[in-house]
Design a protein around this ligand. Structure first.
Ligand code: SF4
Length: 219
């Protein structure tokens, strides 16, 4: 149950993120989210095997150019993270923290809609393919198919061009680049982050509406 006095208050969602298991969360202005064309290149193999295999990964998600239009519709973002041991990302349990991000993000998006921000949308960390569909083709890429987990699966922030490193730096979070070739013992700390975007206006202009419709068609 959402307390009435919290209605239309992004700080409520910030606290909710912590309650749902985030290590920290910040309310940010959506206009401060850095989007760069080059970030999407990080989604290509060999950095990530999910490129082109999942409806929530490039090249099937909105481009950075579209993302700039889309994000201009939002006022605020609830940027949240979980801290974790670097070794976990190199273990057979490596996708569990990603699943936590998807689940926190999904619940925050739902809370945000309950608060009245009906166009709230979430971006997570990593690809939903190894987390939810490791042994099956992406159903949403099959003609007439739909995502098996429409309430949980979302693109990552990087997939649409958000520079998570810069954004984390802006809010004062320590973040280190981690590659498959890295030695986990040499990595000082690790974190994964997600974001819930909210717009208090609930009005879309035509380009924003077209992008929202495109997103929903994948679900
Ligand atoms: S069906 Fe959904 S959860 Fe599975 S890979 Fe495709 S988009 Fe991701």
């Amino acid at each position: 149950m959402i307390p009435k006095k919290s209605a239309m208050n992004p700080q409520f969602l910030q606290q909710e993120a912590i309650r749902l298991g985030a290590t920290d969360s910040k309310v940010i202005n959506a206009k401060d989210i850095p989007i760069e064309d080059a970030i999407v290149e990080m989604c290509r193999p060999p950095a990530c095997d999910s490129y082109g295999t999942c409806a929530n990964c490039p090249p099937f998600v909105m481009t950075p150019k579209e993302a700039r239009i889309w994000i201009s519709h939002f006022d605020k973002g609830i940027f949240f993270k979980i801290d974790l041991e670097p070794e976990l990302l190199f273990s057979e349990r490596q996708f569990r923290p990603f699943e936590r991000i998807f689940r926190i993000a999904s619940q925050l998006e739902q809370r945000s809609k309950e608060l009245g921000w009906k166009h709230s949308w979430t971006l997570a960390a990593g690809s939903c393919k190894p987390v939810f569909c490791p042994d099956a083709p992406c159903e949403a890429l099959i003609d007439g198919g739909k995502c098996r987990f429409p309430d949980l699966a979302r693109p990552s922030m990087e997939a649409i061009g958000i520079n998570v490193f810069r954004l984390a730096g802006k809010v004062g979070w320590s973040i280190h680049r981690i590659t498959r070739a890295a030695d986990p013992k040499q990595i000082p700390s690790a974190m994964l982050a997600g974001i819930v975007l909210i717009c208090t206006g609930n009005n879309l202009n035509d380009p924003q509406r077209q992008i929202f419709e495109k997103i929903k068609q994948n679900k």
